[in-house]
Design a binder for this molecule. Structure first.
Ligand code: FAD
Length: 441
């Protein structure tokens, strides 16, 4: 009998797994997809927000494409229980789906600050397409938007809010912006840049409640200085969608704990993407990396393993890259490793900063920021990521970089980092063109 694969979650990880199964299998299997939402990419929602793309462009597969792949789709339905002894998944309408192996790729959900009024009208999260529609329906030119939370996701939508002609205030409970992406020095430079571009920023600000103010939203703080907003966006974090797995026997820590083949504690149950707690490329320890590249790579590795190949995963590199008001800001790998050897530099004439972190001769993390118009910013983002990802020994170039943290290129070329990276592929073969679908494998 043909193998029966069940994919739970139609986001980046799930869709990459489906494509890869079809690419890698030697015998045609049956694939069933259960997904609470239509397959789309959350990462492109900022471009939908500012109307750079139409809503139709966020979707990664239509019903016709899924049918073409031979996928039986239960879209708009949720998995509510997994019986890993009987190999049966129960859906919210009572449907039971039997499987030989299954992938849990249910991603994460936005979490709001636990304050009175956080669920009121005019208060939004920005994680799903539905939530993006809610924000689009309310923002007008001249609207005052207050964004609660100054983390990575807030920064992915910042340009779009400004492009819509809104004014923006960011409030953050931590003493600085981007607390989980860059250090104090970097955050100070970005904050200064935002203020110069008309964005108001309040750090160390603990929101206590949101109340109605004649159809607008009043945000209160213990130190005073209430804000009144037309639209409030809560970008206050995410949590993995794992509650439905209670009693399944699948081992869960921060996420579903997976091995090098992305198998969970139940051998025929895999996990990928935001819900998976897999190997971190730099530390080797398990971690949840809720970013797009990890979801793609996990999906491909799981797809190949489900198709009968044995593919191991080296681990994922944490990568955060955003551009705000034409300032590029990025961090890679172990950028906050307190025990690493470090070197850093700030330019006096412009907001440009580099911080490099080593363990021995290996660059294990980096922070970089600079104006997008500065050619070195863009080039250095790519080269620093390459140096961290490849883990090449820097030899005498370590001393050069320590003395000249802005002079990345000679070290990148001399250490032949490109040659180290080129043969590296996720599935041990070159990627294939996406053909008629937007999901390349
Ligand atoms: C606005 C925004 C901008 C972003 N920008 C970037 C960026 O620039 N770079 C970057 O690396 N990352 C970015 N991300 C993060 C990135 O989108 C996620 O890491 C990625 O989507 C994770 O993919 P996934 O497949 O694991 O989960 P998701 O894409 O979240 O997919 C999960 C799927 O599972 C479904 N589901 C959930 N529960 C159930 C259930 N019980 N039963 C059935 N189906 C279920 C959901 O409906 C969804 O279809 C961004 C995210 C957002 C929201």
């Amino acid at each position: 009998m043909a193998a029966r694969h069940l994919i739970i979650g139609g986001g980046t990880a799930g869709m990459n797994a489906i494509r890869t199964i079809r690419e890698e299998e030697t015998e045609r299997s049956t694939i069933t997809l259960v997904s609470a939402e239509r397959p789309y990419s959350r990462m492109v929602l900022p471009y939908y927000l500012d109307r750079s793309i139409a809503e139709s462009h966020v979707f990664t597969a239509t019903p016709k494409i899924l049918a073409g792949w031979g996928v039986t789709a239960h879209v708009g339905k949720r998995a509510t229980a997994l019986d890993t002894k009987a190999n049966v998944c129960t859906l919210d309408d009572g449907t039971k789906v039997e499987y030989d192996d299954c992938l849990i790729a249910t991603g994460s959900s936005a979490v709001r600050a636990p304050v009175p009024g956080a669920d009121g009208p005019g208060v939004h999260s920005f994680w799903t397409l539905e939530q993006a529609r809610g924000v689009i329906a309310q923002i007008r030119p001249g609207s005052h938007v207050v964004m609660v939370g100054a983390g990575f996701i807030a920064f992915t939508i910042l340009n779009s809010i400004l492009a819509l002609g809104a004014t923006l205030t960011i409030v953050e409970v931590a003493p600085r912006i981007l607390p989980r992406m860059i250090d104090d020095t970097g955050a100070g430079l970005v904050e200064e840049w935002l203020k110069r571009h008309g964005v108001k920023v309040r750090t160390g600000a603990r929101l206590t409640k949101i109340t109605d103010a004649k159809g607008r939203q009043k945000l209160s703080f213990p130190t005073g200085g209430d804000l009144v907003a037309d639209v409030v966006i809560m970008a206050t974090g995410i949590r993995t969608n794992l509650d439905w797995l209670k009693d399944s026997g699948v081992r869960v820590n921060q996420g579903i704990v997976v091995d090098e083949h992305l198998r969970s504690s139940v051998p025929n149950v895999y996990a990928a993407g935001d819900v998976a707690e897999g190997r971190d490329l730099i530390s080797g320890a398990n971690a949840v990396h809720a970013i797009e590249p990890t979801a793609q790579e996990h999906g491909r590795v799981v797809g190949a393993n489900m198709a009968g190949k044995t593919v191991s995963y080296r681990g994922s590199l944490i990568i955060n890259i955003v551009e705000v008001c034409h300032l590029d800001v990025a961090s890679f790998g172990a950028w906050e490793d307190a025990r690493a050897e470090t070197a850093s530099g700030v330019k006096a004439d412009r907001p440009a900063y580099r911080k490099l972190l080593w363990r021995g001769e290996r660059l294990v993390g980096a922070i970089i920021l600079g104006p997008s118009s500065d050619i070195w910013t863009t080039n250095d983002v790519g080269m620093l990521k390459g140096l961290v990802q490849s883990g090449v020994g820097l030899g005498r170039w370590k001393a050069h970089l320590k003395a000249n943290p802005f002079d990345i290129k000679p070290a990148f070329i001399a250490t032949k980092t490109t040659s180290a990276l080129l043969p590296e592929t996720i599935l041990g073969r070159p990627s294939k063109a996406p053909g008629e679908t937007p999901v390349a494998v």
